[in-house]
Ligand binder design. Structure first.
Ligand code: NAD
Length: 509
């Protein structure tokens, strides 16, 4: 990791830790099935490389249908014999809380895996990804012995019990942008309810998921309840989604692949599919917003966070024409704070894009923006090529029209599209004018307008005068082609439980 100039003492510490992990071959890319590390049955593997500098981290098991079948069988056995499903909720809670504690104890290693694998700054892996993932596991564990079932208000001649039961074997397929956190959003509720899980991490970031499986076993989760099958989407992912013995599929990823998940379900056993998909979130600033400065700081901070690789990134700024010049000038000034640098330096705020393919995709959208006539007023180019990694400058396009590609499609990189509007009706029409509906934000001091616009927006979450609030207690998910079902909060339990009604006759004598 020497390509970055003038490493601070803190950066050197993390680089040394990374070197030790990689050079001493302590990274294990084998699958995790039936409580054990195993190579793919075919013996195949692929190299997992780091987008920080192109270095190979380790060989990862290239699981295919045979490995997935072994993992599903293991999960099924574990589910049917009740080694986890029939434990008292208080006991499952104890194990999940221990699991979360172990995650916190291993936070440096987990954070390093995340940063090396997908390029995000180490400070955020440490302060965001690991603690939020651990909190998610802990929260669902804590919650599960406080969830009551129901008795329906029927006539006196019978009793109708409405009970939640675990669905059985849950397949979880997750992306690379928050590898551990997205896994935790599936694992927390699915395990708390008593299900067995087979997790397929992204081929671009499999290492933290594999480590999580080790920690779960150490925490007391019985063997077979949580299996991890790394591999490619069209191999391991497809095999899991098509498997006849998987009862529910929790998918987080692109809308394109989410559509395929529904097709796989239709082609196989009609397994329940819950899709958490892409977004093109609108950040709407009216001319009566209380602080243009705070709005500009917020949109820049939220969009450039995680290199723009967030499903809920506010990638479209819709700004009233009266305040647009000031807003754009402030955001452009902010881009100096978000220049990419060494992800292993704890002062870095913008890291590497996940791989060369993603860099090409983002640069392709930047070209498209220029060709369609938008004005690139900041960034617009690759950065730090000499480091051997995948970096791009924070980029702002002004003068974007609603129909342009960069206004309609999810870029998944640090690129902001600024669209000016004249009135409220136009702002709502533009905001709702994409296939997506994940999040939005409204900036106005006018209480009627804030409520009116929040109600009119077709999005799973609408923020008013902020964008940063987030908590495990609130549901997360999208309208329209951003998906269905909700992660986080008690609503997530709906995805991983079946509702069973038991009618009991009551003899009136
Ligand atoms: P992706 O759809 O390419 O891949 C997601 C997962 O699906 C990976 O594990 C991949 O291997 C697997 N996969 C790919 N093709 C498959 C196939 N044919 N069959 C089965 N599995 C397959 O997405 P990505 O590039 O990893 O992640 C970025 C996307 O995820 C963005 O669109 C982003 O918005 C979305 N995302 C959504 C949320 C949310 O909560 N709504 C959160 C994070 C990311």
């Amino acid at each position: 990791m020497t390509a970055f100039p003038a490493a601070s003492p803190q950066a050197r510490i993390w680089r040394d830790r990374a070197d030790a992990l990689i050079n001493e071959h302590r990274l294990d890319g084998r699958a995790f099935i039936e409580g054990q590390r195993v190579a793919a049955l075919s013996g195949a593997s692929f190299d997992s490389g780091s987008p920080i500098d192109g270095r190979v981290l380790t060989a990862v098991a290239r699981c295919d249908a045979a490995d997935v079948d072994a993992a599903v069988q293991s999960a099924r056995r574990a589910f049917e014999d009740g080694r986890w499903a029939r434990q008292a909720p208080a006991e499952r809670k104890r194990v999940l809380q221990r699991f979360a504690e172990l995650m916190v104890q291993h936070k440096d290693e987990l954070a390093l895996l995340e940063t090396l694998d997908m390029g995000k700054p180490i400070q955020y892996s440490l302060s965001v990804d690991v603690p939020l993932a651990a909190r998610c596991i802990n929260w669902f564990g804590e919650a599960i012995d406080k969830v009551y079932d129901e008795i329906a208000p029927t006539a006196h001649t019978a009793l109708a019990l409405i009970q939640r039961e675990p669905v059985g074997v849950v397949g979880a397929i997750v992306p690379w942008n928050y590898p551990m956190l997205m896994a935790a959003w599936k694992l927390g509720p699915a395990l708390a309810c008593g299900n067995s899980v087979v997790l397929k991490p992204s081929e671009k970031s499999p290492l933290s998921a594999l480590k999580l499986a080790e920690l779960a076993i150490k925490a007391g989760l019985p063997e077979g309840v949580f299996n991890v099958v790394p591999g490619y989407g069209h191999e391991a992912g497809q095999a899991l989604a098509l498997h006849m013995d998987v009862d529910a599929l929790g998918f987080t990823g692109s809308t394109r692949v989410g559509r395929q998940m529904l097709a796989y379900s239709a082609q196989s056993n009609l397994k329940r599919v819950f899709n958490e998909l892409g977004g093109k979130s609108a950040f709407i600033v009216f001319d009566d917003a209380d602080s243009i400065e705070r709005a500009a700081d917020t949109v820049a901070g939220s969009l450039f966070f995680n290199q723009g690789e967030s499903c809920n990134a506010p990638s479209r700024l819709l700004v009233h024409e009266a305040v647009a010049d000031e807003m754009v000038a402030r955001i452009v000034a902010q881009t100096t704070r978000y220049q990419p640098a060494d992800p292993l330096d704890p002062s870095t705020v913008m890291g590497a894009l996940v791989d060369e393919g993603q860099l090409r995709t983002v640069l392709g959208y930047i070209d498209a923006g220029r060709q369609e006539g938008a004005r690139c007023v900041a960034g617009g180019a690759q950065a730090l090529a000499e480091a051997g990694g995948q970096y791009v400058q924070p980029t702002v396009f002004d003068g974007v029209r609603h129909e342009m590609k960069i206004a309609q499609e999810e870029i998944f990189g640090p690129v902001l599209s600024v669209i000016r509007f004249k009135d409220e009706a136009e702002a709502i029409r533009i905001a709702n004018g994409t296939p997506y509906g994940l999040q939005a934000s409204v900036w106005s001091q006018h209480i009627d307008r804030a409520h009116r616009v929040a109600r009119a927006l077709k999005a799973g979450t609408v923020h008013v005068n902020q964008y940063d609030e987030d908590d495990i207690t609130v549901p997360f998910g999208g309208y329209k082609q951003s998906g269905n079902g909700r992660d986080k909060s008690l609503h997530a339990l709906d995805k991983y439980t079946e509702l069973k009604t038991i009618w009991i006759r009551i003899n009136p004598q």
